[in-house]
Write a protein that binds this ligand. Sequence first.
Ligand SMILES: *Cc1c(COP(=O)(O)O)cnc(C)c1O
Length: 394
Amino acid sequence: MRSEKEESCGERNVPLSVPCLQGNEWRYIKECLDTNWVSSAGEYVNRFERMVADYTGARYTVAVVNGTAALHVALLTAGVKPDDEVLVSALSFIAPANAIRYAGAWPVFIDADPDYGQIRPDLVRGFIERECVNKNEGLYNRHSGRRVAAIMPVHILGHPVDVDSLIETVRAYNLRIIEDAAESIGARYKGRCAGALGDIGCFSFNGNKIITAGGGGMVVTNDEQWAKRARYLTTQAKDDDVEFAHNEIGFNYRLTNIQAAMGCAQMEQLDAFISKKREIARRYTEAFQEVPGITAFAEAAWARSTFWLYTIRVDAACFGMDSRTLMRHLSSSGIQSRPLWQPLHLTKAHQGSQYLGTGTAEQLQRLSLSLPCSPGLTREQQERVIDCIRRACR
Ligand SMILES: *Cc1c(COP(=O)(O)O)cnc(C)c1O
């Protein structure tokens, strides 16, 4: 087993971001098999929930089958109703916008700031003050006539959004704050954990995230009633365990014990992975100071980023090649890199949705490239990536 793994580490190909499974994963999963606790209940599910609660400081945690399910349940728990609107980051993986549609609500996309790529609180304020009317029962969008129920900031790339500014902006209007921290477990905002800063938060443990359970998600909140509601909805809304009575339509969104076992083993390593990733980020940033036309996404003064995906911006005129050409160039050397997501208001899936912004998300998408940054990335591999970029510069 070990020698195979070592061999694959020595391969020429450098992947963007792959899991690092060198802890207690085998041992904990084997224990599930040995004890016959393999499905959607078991001690590892409870333990995983406790570990995430302890780590993030959230009082209650509900493990679910993936991050998208976590977002869906969080929206329902927060009281988002069909035909409501939810403000959401324009520059993000598509999951949060899809989850808003699963709840029957509509996304209103907010542009990114140019420095960190996160949702812009000033645009949210402008939208509320200029484009909404505040009636007794809530905030209404003048343009669509719909109720604006919540905001779903997405902490992208392992860096937190400016949460205090958002809270200050939306509190007076009673908007719920549902954090999508799928990419940012362990990221800190003024010392506190992303995902545990708003009314309810969501994490993902998909294979491409900083830690993985194979697949998995978590809903976190400090509100006991909300936690109960979330758990109820994820377990088919069962009202009587013996008679199988159900008063509502729920979902089967539970995480299995096997996945939770892997999640526990990964949680044990989260801080080590973050240190590793921050070290990788530091080395890249240092190296790129001497490469004209390459700039890294900055880390805000109030932030401690995990650098889940280390991302650069390529100024084609200065560097001599645009981001996509550089991507192909890296690829021909066996180095995987990836652009950011198509801004969500430009996707066909969400066409016709309202968008507030000045095109920064599009610009960042055009310029940006995420570079290899697995916790297991070796110095030698990283040097190859840096060399390849240095040599591509004219
Ligand atoms: C990965 C991701 C999700 C979805 O998580 P899954 O576990 O893959 O369902 C949600 N939001 C963002 C921003 C993500 O990057």
